[in-house]
Design a protein around this ligand. Structure first.
Ligand code: C2E
Ligand code: CA
Ligand code: CA
Length: 707
């Protein structure tokens, strides 16, 4: 019952109470030790007083009585030898004083006798003193009455004996008192030593008790603090669901409650942060970071498939319909993907219109079903504000671990697959096709490329651009080919991106500019009117030497600038828009024509293009393809033509492959067309031959030209 109460107290008492209790107990303990010591010394000193004071006093008085009695006797003896009465008178006085002092001492003794056990002894001494006093008086009287000889005889026979008896007895008493005193001192010493021991024992016990108390109290404080520390450590380790103890004592309960609140807010904040770090806010899908982490884990666990998905022609949708609609399209795609990708598989949004799907444990055979499901889900038209919108996507499919040693290789190959799918107008492509290019050949390519320039392995092909009003060839686009000694003819798609990555393009482009301008000058002197177009990559455009290369070559060849056109992709403009813009302006001032290449493949809007000093826009092949059949493409090309006309931009349709495409473009008043249907890129001699027969009308495309 009581122990229960103590236990409850120990559990509930506040730290303040515990400390107060501990300190007061320690204080009490030390106080009691001091009190005991003080009391013992008090007792000791009283008993010492009792034991020592009386014997000393008695011995002193006895000795004093002796001394004065003896002195009086000596005076008496001197008196007995002094015959002259006149001399004796002086001695009487002294003698009387000595006797009075002796009397006083004996009186003192008698008074002290009341308090001692030596009453009888003292009474005996008093008697002896009285006897001595009487005999002394008798001797003195005899001197004056009968003369000195009688008095002397009386003294020797009686008084001297009485004095001796008195002295003996007094000495005995004094001796006895000394012995008593010695005994008292001995007793005192014993008692003092006992007291010393007692105090030592009490002090030691107090010390022991105090330390135990301190230990208990500090344990009772440290243990709950340890509990709180353990809780804080679990929070630090990120374990937010462990039970938090109630806590001992009010302060610890408050502290632990505060820790619980802190843990709750940390947990919420962490959730929010990781949401921000891992979730795409527009679609609520996992973002790139999250996806890459999952992919890394999945790769370490086994095999699977990775699908990269890119929305076709997303930029024009965004431009034409606005970003709000663009965002809704992306959200709709996300929710459709979410519906057909079931856990443990995962769908994520990697970037603007790029999504990725991870199928763990899925191989190529099993992937077909998933791919079809995704394409079917996205193929259904979307209804946004009553507007019907058809969306196309391209998929790049790779399998791990087969298609890439690391995540970068895997993603790069998936990216190449997407590009291939778009190029071929397939809905998907497998990354495995690109193995050779990606992995082995690029390594040796840089070394090879350096030699290629010196060995004249780069060949310039020219593709004609047809004026859709006159039907004549208005210009040519210079397209590079690499005639590799062992690998044969390599298409620019396979080495230009690499030359751009490695910076080698900065050596190729000046050479190309020189060659093309020289050729254009030759055409002019042969009265062949062709605007020559050159493709300029991002690195070239940012190169401060580009303007000088162009102007010098033009000067050397004495070619007016208007016969040269530089084609720039929007991605090249995006890398450093300010610098690109300033270079574009300088170039435009020289009179060189500037053209925006692959319009629609990226994200540039016409509103942006309008701000640039360009005179031509080339609509990307993807929109021109089947423009006569696909409502979507037709709408985009038509609106682009309309806008460009307003902006005063000449429009070139790229990738015209059929007669009906060409016809559609003509009907819709596109300015120029370029494509396999008109003429493929070809080497210089072939171009000349082709132009001769073209203008002779032999191989001219079968289209109705407007008159
Ligand atoms: P680009 O500037 O868009 O060039 C047009 C590409 O479309 C050429 O591919 C051409 O062969 C192809 N093409 C033309 N008509 C048709 C058609 O009717 N159907 C199809 N399917 N394709 C058609 P090419 O020559 O393989 O060049 C690919 C890309 O390589 C070029 O795209 C350009 O970006 C780059 N490139 C080529 N030569 C150079 C160069 O000298 N310098 C730079 N920086 N890039 C170059
Ligand atoms: Ca081009
Ligand atoms: Ca192009």
């Amino acid at each position: 019952m009581i122990s229960n109460r103590i236990r409850r107290f120990a559990h509930n008492a506040s730290i303040r109470t515990r400390l107060a209790l501990a300190f007061s107990m320690l204080l009490g303990l030390s106080l009691s030790v001091s009190l005991v010591a003080l009391h013992r010394f008090e007792t000791l000193s009283t008993s010492m007083h009792e034991f020592v004071d009386q014997p000393v006093r008695l011995a002193f008085l006895a000795q004093r009585a002796n001394h004065h009695s003896q002195y009086a006797a000596i005076q008496l003896l001197r008196l007995l030898q002094t015959p002259g009465r006149a001399q004796r008178v002086a001695l009487y006085a002294e003698m009387d004083a000595a006797m009075a002092a002796s009397d006083a001492a004996i009186g003192g003794l008698a008074r002290a006798a009341e308090l001692t056990y030596q009453k009888n002894d003292i009474a005996h001494i008093t008697t002896l003193r009285q006897a001595y006093g009487s005999l002394f008086q008798e001797t003195v009287e005899l001197i004056e009455i009968e003369g000195l000889p009688q008095a002397r005889e009386h003294f020797e026979q009686h008084t001297d004996a009485a004095l001796n008896a008195l002295l003996r007895e007094s000495l005995r008493l004094a001796e006895y008192q000394r012995e008593r005193m010695n005994l008292a001192v001995e007793n005192f010493e014993q008692s003092a030593s006992r007291t010393r021991w007692l105090i030592a024992v009490i002090t030691a016990s107090a010390l022991l008790l105090g330390s135990m108390l301190a230990l208990l109290i500090s344990r009772s404080i440290i243990a709950p603090i340890g509990e709180a520390v353990a809780v804080a450590e679990t929070i630090a380790d990120g374990h937010y669901h462990k039970q938090i103890p109630r806590g001992r004592g009010p302060e610890m309960r408050v502290l632990l409650r505060a820790l619980a609140t802190m843990r709750q807010s940390i947990m919420l904040r962490e959730e929010r942060i990781s949401r921000l770090a891992y979730v795409d806010t527009l679609t609520d899908l996992p973002n790139r970071t999250h996806f890459m982490e999952r992919l890394a884990i999945a790769r370490s666990r086994g095999h699977g498939a990775l699908l990269l998905l890119d929305v076709d022609r997303f930029a024009p949708i965004n431009n034409a319909l606005g970003h709000v609609v663009g965002d809704r399209v992306l959200s709709e795609i996300a929710s459709r993907l979410n519906a057909c990708v079931i856990s443990p598989h995962m769908v994520a949004r990697l970037g603007s219109d790029e999504f990725a799907i991870l199928y763990e444990g899925v191989d190529r055979a099993a992937s077909a079903g998933h791919i079809q499901m995704i394409l079917d889900a996205l193929h259904k038209p979307m209804l946004l504000d009553g507007q019907r919108l058809d969306i196309d996507v391209s998929l790049g499919v790779v399998f791990y671990p087969d298609d890439g040693d690391d995540l970068t290789a895997l993603l790069r190959r998936a990216d190449l697959a997407i590009k291939a799918a778009k190029r071929r107008h397939d809905r998907y492509a497998f990354g495995a096709e690109f193995e050779d290019v990606v992995r082995h050949e690029q390594l040796t390519m840089l070394g090879d490329m350096r030699e290629a320039l010196a060995r004249n392995e780069f060949i310039i092909y020219y593709q004609p651009k047809m004026n859709l009003v006159s039907g004549r060839v208005a210009g040519v686009e210079a397209l590079l080919r690499w005639h590799h000694p062992t690998r044969g003819m390599i298409a620019p798609d396979l080495f230009i991106p690499f030359a751009e990555q490695t910076g080698f393009i900065r050596e190729i482009t000046p050479w190309l500019i020189q060659e093309v301008i020289t050729q254009a000058a030759r055409w002019r002197s042969d009265s062949i009117e062709l605007v020559a177009s050159i493709n300029i990559s991002a690195l070239d455009l940012l190169n401060p030497l580009l303007v000088r290369h162009v102007t010098q070559a033009l000067e050397q060849a004495s070619l007016p600038a208007k016969w040269l056109c530089l084609e720039i992709t929007e991605s090249a403009l995006m890398e450093d828009p300010e610098l690109a813009n300033s270079h574009l302006n300088t170039l435009a001032q020289t009179g060189v024509k500037l053209s925006i290449d692959d319009y629609g493949a990226g994200h540039a809007s016409l509103a942006y293009v309008k701000t640039l000093p360009v005179s031509e826009l080339k609509i990307d092949r993807a929109f021109v393809s089947q423009v006569d059949q696909l409502h979507k493409n037709a709408a985009i090309v038509r609106s682009t033509l309309l806008l460009c006309r307003e902006l005063g931009l000449s429009v070139v349709a790229e990738g015209v492959e059929t007669a009906s495409e060409l016809q559609w473009l003509q009907v819709n008043q596109c300015d120029q067309a370029q494509g396999f249907y008109i003429g493929r890129p070809m080497p210089l001699e072939a171009l000349h031959a082709w132009m001769t027969s073209y203008h002779a009308d032999n191989v001219r495309p079968h289209v109705e030209l407007r008159s």
